[in-house]
Design a protein around this ligand. Structure first.
Ligand code: NAI
Ligand code: NA
Length: 397
C-alpha cells in the first residue's frame, strides 16, 4: 500500500509509518549531538507517544540514559487502516532504545482509568526496580471518563468571555480563513477542566504514592501553556486556559505533599507554542505559530519540540539555570514571550492577510512541522514505495 497524506482541516487522516521512524530518529540524533546529562534513572511519561511527551522521553533516554515507561492512547493496524502516528512513533522509539540497551516499556490504553494506574504500578514493582524518580504529565485529550463517578466528560475548545473571531490557517486547503470560537456554557467549562485540569495528575500521584513506588527526591512536571496577548481570547481566557489554571493549582497541592513526604517537587512547565496533533486543531493557533516561527527563526532562537524539552530538562528540571516565575512555574517559553519577539509577532499579526500570509509568516515551516508529525515531508523517505502493512502489523509497541 502506498500511503499519501490526507488532511481534514487541522487533522491528519493518514500517517506514514516509515516517516514516523525518521521523525523519531531526527529527535534522537539531536539529543545525541548534545552533551549527556545527569538526570533521573526511572521515568514514567503519561502521553509519551507524540508531541512534547515523546520529545521528553527521547531527551531523558538518549541524553540521561533513563529507563522509561510510556503511557499513550494509540491505535495499531486494523484492516486497511495503518494505525496512528503515535503508535509508529512508539515502535520507533522502542526499537532505537532497545538497540542502546535502554529499558523501554509501553502501556497503550486509557491513562485516565484506575486499571491503567494499577497495571503501571504493578509493573514498576515487579519489573522496573520498584521505584520511579520522575513523572511527566503530557496528556492532551478531548474526553475523560472519571474513574470515580463513571461520568464521561468532553472538553470544549471555546471562549469563556465572548464569541471570538480571528484568522487561522487551514492546512488542508492551504488558506488563511476566519474562524469563530463560540462561548462555552458553564457545563462546558467544567467538563474541560475535568478532562484537561489537574485531577487525573493528582490521582496518578496518589496511586503511585499508595503503591509505594515513589523514590526519595521524586519529581513530577506537567505541561501547560499560557501564550501571549494575541491568543489570550482563545487560550488564557478560554476553556483550555481554565483547565490549565486548575493544573497549576494542582502543582502547588502536589508540591506540598511531595516535599513533605519525599523531599520531592511538583512543577508546571509552560512550553513554547508548537505544531502538534493537539495544537493544530485550536482555532487561531496555527497562524500565531507560523508568525512566531518566522520571528524566532530570524532571531536564531526557534526551537522544535525536542530542543524545547531538552532545554527544560538539562537547564531547568535537572540543571542550574531554571527560569521560574512568581507563580512557581518553569518557563521554557521565555524566548517566545520575550518583548521584542512578541512586538514583532503583533506587528505581523496586524499586517497578515489571506493574500500575504504565506510570505510574511513561516507558513512553509509550520506546515512542514505539521506534516512531519504524521511522518510526511521528509526528504529522505520514499513516499512512492509500497508500505507492507501485513508485515508492519506484526510490530507492537
Ligand atoms: P499530543 O497530541 O502530541 O500528545 C498527547 C499525548 O497524550 C499522546 O501521547 C496521546 O497518545 C496521549 N493521550 C491522549 N489521550 C490519552 C488517554 N486517554 N490515555 C493515555 N494517553 C492519552 O499533544 P502535545 O501538544 O504534546 O500536548 C501535550 C501537553 O503539552 C498538553 O498538556 C499541552 O497542553 C501541552 N502544551 C502543548 C503546546 C503546543 O504548542 N503543542 C504548548 C504548551 C504546552
Ligand atoms: Na505529548
Amino acid at each position: 500500500m502506498v500511503i499519501k497524506p490526507r488532511l481534514k482541516g487541522g487533522l491528519a487522516l493518514t500517517n506514514h509509518p516509515i516517516g514516523a521512524k525518521e521523525f523519531v530518529k531526527r529527535q534522537i540524533d539531536y539529543v545525541k549531538s548534545q552533551d549527556k546529562y545527569e538526570g533521573p534513572k526511572k521515568v514514567l511519561i503519561i502521553g509519551s507517544s507524540s508531541g512534547y511527551g515523546l520529545a521528553t522521553r527521547i531527551s531523558l533516554a538518549f541524553g540521561a540514559g533513563a529507563e522509561t515507561i510510556g503511557v499513550a492512547f494509540e491505535k495499531g493496524v486494523e484492516g486497511k487502516r495503518a494505525g496512528s502516528a503515535g503508535w509508529w512513533n512508539t515502535i520507533a522509539f522502542n526499537e532505537a532504545a532497545k538497540k542502546e540497551g535502554l529499558v523501554s516499556k509501553n502501556f497503550i490504553g486509557d491513562a485516565f482509568s484506575m486499571e491503567m494506574k494499577d497495571d503501571v504500578i504493578k509493573f514498576i514493582k515487579e519489573e522496573f526496580g520498584g521505584k520511579i524518580d520522575l513523572l511527566i504529565y503530557s496528556l492532551a485529550s478531548a474526553v475523560r471518563t472519571d474513574p470515580i463517578d463513571g461520568v464521561t466528560y468532553r472538553s470544549a475548545l471555546k471562549s469563556t468571555t465572548k464569541d471570538i473571531t480571528g484568522p487561522t490557517i487551514n492546512f488542508e486547503k492551504e488558506v488563511m480563513e476566519e474562524t469563530t470560537m463560540g462561548v462555552a456554557t458553564p457545563d462546558e467549562i467544567k467538563s474541560t477542566v475535568k478532562v484537561m485540569g489537574g485531577e487525573d495528575w493528582k490521582l496518578w500521584i496518589e496511586a503511585l504514592d499508595k503503591g509505594g513506588v515513589l523514590s526519595e527526591g521524586f519529581k513530577t512536571v506537567a505541561y501547560s501553556y499560557l501564550g501571549p496577548k494575541v491568543t489570550y481570547g482563545i487560550y488564557k481566557e478560554g476553556t483550555i486556559g481554565a483547565a490549565k489554571r486548575d493544573l497549576e493549582h494542582t502543582s502547588d497541592v502536589l508540591n506540598d505533599f511531595l516535599k513533605e513526604k519525599y523531599n520531592g517537587e511538583a512543577y508546571v512547565s509552560l512550553s513554547k507554542a508548537l505544531m502538534t496533533k493537539a495544537s493544530a486543531v485550536i482555532p487561531i493557533f496555527p497562524l500565531y505559530a507560523a508568525l512566531l516561527y518566522k520571528v524566532m527563526k530570524e532571531k536564531g532562537i526557534h526551537e522544535g519540540t525536542i530542543e524545547q524539552k531538552h532545554r527544560l530538562l538539562t537547564q531547568m528540571v535537572y540543571g542550574n539555570n531554571p527560569v521560574i516565575d512568581e507563580e512557581r512555574r518553569l518557563r521554557p517559553d521565555n524566548w517566545e514571550m520575550r518583548e521584542d519577539v512578541q512586538a514583532e509577532v503583533e506587528a505581523l499579526w496586524d499586517k497578515v492577510t489571506p493574500d500575504n500570509f504565506k510570505e510574511i509568516s513561516d507558513y512553509a515551516g509550520a506546515r512542514e512541522e505539521f506534516m512531519q508529525l504524521n511522518g510526511f515531508d521528509f526528504d529522505n523517505v520514499d513516499y512512492d514505495a509500497d508500505v507492507d502493512l501485513d508485515e508492519l502489523a506484526k510490530l507492537k509497541p
